[in-house]
Design a protein around this ligand. Structure first.
Ligand code: NAD
Ligand code: ZN
Length: 257
């Protein structure tokens, strides 16, 4: 996509946003790439480079939560490339652009697949974290969430202060069902959307990848912001082939003008 085509796509996106009433965004790892957090798939993705993990985290957790926590605490002390990147990351121009769209009343809701807390750090408010949040724990019994930093880890597994249930990290593992509250809100938002933005996701993880398709079927236009083609590109009404940190501030500037 040359600069002229990109400019046109950005203008069309701004116009679609301007004329919509309930814009919902589905966000993926690509939005945080410019904050130094590697994606899984795509050109520089860690799975593209090293292959996909085969571990069934959910199975391991259910079999022995205490052992899972012991490993997790050790791993945190060692600090993998991915977890260190998330610890030190700051929101980038893309996150800030989304926060501004919300503040301007132009973006109703963010459904994020990211677990890095960067939307909150940027100041966004209406967020559903469909794959959880790396800085939180969640009760397997009552579904309550708390900050990991506030959770006592002397006894493993840690237990819920409200109901005594086993606490798990909030991040949704392979094989683990999406928490009910998050899933319900995603379906609700997808049904309300009259425009869907898909930002920085390869759109192959389900059910997340279904939300824009559901909205599109009901007639909501679809806009993709991603430097590379994805499974959704063919369905999109507008494709913005650029990094989110480049495209979103330009969209915001047009809407402010
Ligand atoms: P993915 O890794 O499958 O795909 C990333 C997508 O982002 C690719 O299509 C790539 O072309 C695009 N991309 C790369 N740089 C971009 C940029 N600057 N601007 C816009 N797009 C860009 O990511 P996914 O679809 O989110 O699926 C991965 C799963 O792994 C998610 O469900 C998430 O839970 C988890 N994950 C989270 C983080 C995070 O929290 N930051 C990081 C990696 C993976
Ligand atoms: Zn509980």
């Amino acid at each position: 996509m040359d600069e002229h085509e990109l400019d046109l796509a950005i203008r069309r996106t701004a116009e679609f946003i301007r004329t919509s009433k309930h814009v919902v965004a589905l966000v993926g790892a690509g939005l945080s790439a410019e904050s130094g957090i590697p994606t899984f798939r795509g050109k520089d993705g860690i799975w593209t480079k090293f292959g996909e993990p085969t571990i069934d985290g959910w199975e391991l957790f259910r079999r022995d939560p205490a052992a899972w926590w012991e490993n997790a605490i050790l791993a945190r002390e060692e600090g993998s490339e991915f977890s260190v990147a998330i610890e030190i990351a700051e929101p980038n121009a893309g996150h800030l652009g989304m926060m501004e769209l919300e503040e301007m009343g132009r973006l109703a809701h963010i459904i994020t697949q990211n677990v890095d807390n960067l939307h909150q750090k940027a100041g966004s408010k209406a967020i559903t974290e469909i794959h959880g949040n790396r800085f939180k724990v969640r009760c397997m019994n009552c579904g309550g969430r708390d900050l990991l930093s506030r959770t006592r880890l002397e006894q493993l597994p840690p237990l819920c202060g409200e109901c005594g249930g086993v606490l798990k990290n909030d991040t949704v593992m392979f094989g683990e069902p999406i928490p009910d509250d998050a899933l319900r809100e995603c379906y609700r938002q997808s049904a309300l959307a009259d425009l869907f933005l898909v930002v920085g996701t390869s759109a192959v993880v389900y059910p997340a990848a279904d939300f824009p398709v559901m909205a599109k079927r009901r007639g909501a236009p679809l806009i993709e912001i991603n430097p590379e083609p994805t499974a959704l590109s063919g369905l999109a009404d507008v494709v913005v082939r650029a990094a989110a940190g480049v495209a979103l501030p330009r969209i915001v500037a047009l809407l402010r003008a």
